[in-house]
Design a protein around this ligand. Structure first.
Ligand code: FAI
Length: 506
């Protein structure tokens, strides 16, 4: 007679599964709570403690951790010496193991759990049984996911499960146990305040498959960290399924939006670079500012705001070809207007979301890992020219500085009165970034300010800025040629502010 060992925290579907196994000639063996549940539902079931003659103890810390259990699972059926030993020990084989684990992730979600509670939710016996069964997948069916019960019954009825099927179940078990342990490792490391440890266990859960990746020939899927939601959690109200590129752009938009906590901000964005940013009293005015900065690149791009998309704004947005519109609030009239553009993806977002602690970048054969660039300007601001910026220029520079942080390097942002006037993203030379920003601008730049994500090694950027009419520049400083830039700014009557902090984004 075959034996199935069932030991589950999530008891969903277990009674039915046990009955189906019984009907197919399995003897059912279970740990305390599962045994009681099955017995109460009329399933003939033997308690593990009766099999082992060892009581469950230490508040369930020891239930199934017994050689009689693990020998029954791990003995290789095709090896006569294993089977002989098993018989000598008076132990029966265990041929199916269905286990799901203590809900550790649920216990720590919401930051409610004490360390003690978290620790008691670390399952020991369950992973041990699963690992034993999955290691001996040739002889034992290892099941960790209740959604696989039906498939296994079907396979049994068809004379299986085949070796290939068992191997798949075994691989799933090891993925699950590794994921489970990774969550524990991250949680405990976090409690110890440890970061950039000798090993980092990144574990992610699939949210959905994506149609394709950056290009149609690349397979792709969306994943999430165990206690997070992509984009901080969003609700898609309308439109086609989000693509890989939509998601990366939306992520970039969310990160930039996070900079503006005390203003109504609207961002247009494409290929992870902002095309325009506007701050204003209303989202409509903010849109006019952002769109005014660049009416070309936004084609097929994203609009994101931390304010309300109302009917007036929706009326403007519907005339532009956009892929995604993101906002925390859409009025019902705005949604009605936008519903005429069926393909636009509309996302309700929470602009005050918590960002992941680390920034991971894939390189061939590894990753570079860094803390997020969460730094804001502090005490480090230094005015280094004879001419001091006035209050308005200072405010504009701080705005431009927030934006330039989110533009790919080399990055230049020109701005005035809560509006970007020109953005030069992703150039291999800083002067080209500036020239692009000036050339692309739709405005007279007289009195505008400029932000640069890195310092100036030459005088050329200061000279080009002065020629365009720019009055004040904010940049990190720190070049061995800083004196040259200061000299040029003094000579040309500009004010220059050093932040002492750079914001490369590659
Ligand atoms: N300690 C043990 O020997 C042990 N054996 C199985 N478990 C877990 O106990 C749970 C089932 O317990 P019960 O059948 O008592 O409701 C399962 O999540 C299973 O993974 C154990 N619990 C924790 O490690």
């Amino acid at each position: 007679m075959k034996t199935a060992l069932l030991s589950v925290s999530n008891k969903e579907g277990i009674v039915d599964f046990a009955k189906q196994l019984s009907d197919r000639g399995f003897r059912i063996l279970s740990s305390g709570g599962t045994q009681r549940e099955l017995a109460a539902s009329g399933v003939e079931v033997l308690a593990v403690s009766d099999l082992t003659g060892f009581p469950e103890c230490f508040d369930g810390r020891v239930k199934t951790l017994h050689p009689a259990v693990h020998a029954g699972i791990l003995a290789k059926r095709e090896l006569p010496e294993h089977m002989k030993k098993l018989a000598q020990l008076g132990i029966d084989t265990i041929d199916l193991v269905a286990v799901n684990l203590y809900p550790f992730k649920e216990a720590i979600s919401g930051n409610g759990a004490t360390l003690e509670e978290a620790i008691e939710n670390i399952d020991i016996g369950g992973p041990a049984m699963l690992r034993s069964a999955a290691k001996n997948y040739g002889d034992v069916i290892a099941l960790v996911d209740p959604s696989d019960y039906t498939g296994v019954i079907k396979e049994l009825d068809a004379g299986g499960p085949s070796r290939a099927f068992r191997l798949k179940l075994a691989a799933k078990v090891f993925r699950h146990v590794a994921h489970y342990d990774s969550i524990i490792a991250s949680h405990l490391s976090g409690l110890c305040g440890e970061s950039l440890t000798e090993k980092i266990n990144i574990t992610i859960e699939k949210v959905q498959d994506l149609r394709y990746g950056e290009n149609p020939h690349q397979r792709a899927a969306l994943y999430r960290y165990p206690l997070s939601y992509p984009l901080g959690g969003y609700v898609q109200i309308q439109g086609k399924e989000l693509s890989f590129n939509n998601l990366t752009d939306a992520g970039a938009a969310m990160e930039l939006l996070r900079e503006f906590t005390s203003n109504t901000a609207l961002i247009t964005l494409k290929h992870t670079n902002p095309c325009g940013v506007g701050l204003a009293d209303t989202t409509l005015e903010a849109w006019k500012k952002a769109y005014g900065c660049d009416r070309v690149s936004v084609f097929g791009g994203i609009v994101a705001t931390n304010g309300t998309v109302d009917s007036e704004l929706a009326g403007e947005l519907k005339n532009v070809f956009l892929e995604v519109i993101m906002a925390p609030v859409f009025t019902s009239r705005a949604l009605e207007i936008l519903s005429t553009k069926k393909n636009i993806r509309i996302l309700k977002i929470d602009p005050v979301f918590k960002c992941n602690e680390y920034d991971f970048k894939s390189i061939p054969g590894g990753m570079v890992v860094q803390g997020r660039d969460n730094a804001m300007l502090g005490e480090g601001l230094r005015i280094v020219t004879a001419k001091k910026p006035d209050e308005r220029e200072m405010e504009d520079m701080l705005f431009a500085w927030k934006v330039v942080k989110h533009v790919k390097s080399n990055a230049i942002v020109l701005a005035r009165q809560g509006q970007t006037l020109g953005i030069g993203p992703g150039q291999t030379s800083r002067i080209w970034a500036l020239e692009n920003a000036i050339r692309q601008s739709n405005y007279d730049l007289k009195g505008a300010v400029m932000a640069s994500d890195g310092f100036f090694p030459f005088q050329d950027c200061v000279e080009a800025a002065a020629k365009a009419g720019i009055g004040a520049i904010i940049q990190p400083g720190g070049s061995i040629k800083d004196e040259d830039s200061i000299e040029a700014a003094d000579r040309l009557g500009l004010s220059l502010v050093f932040t002492g902090m750079r914001h490369f984004k590659h």
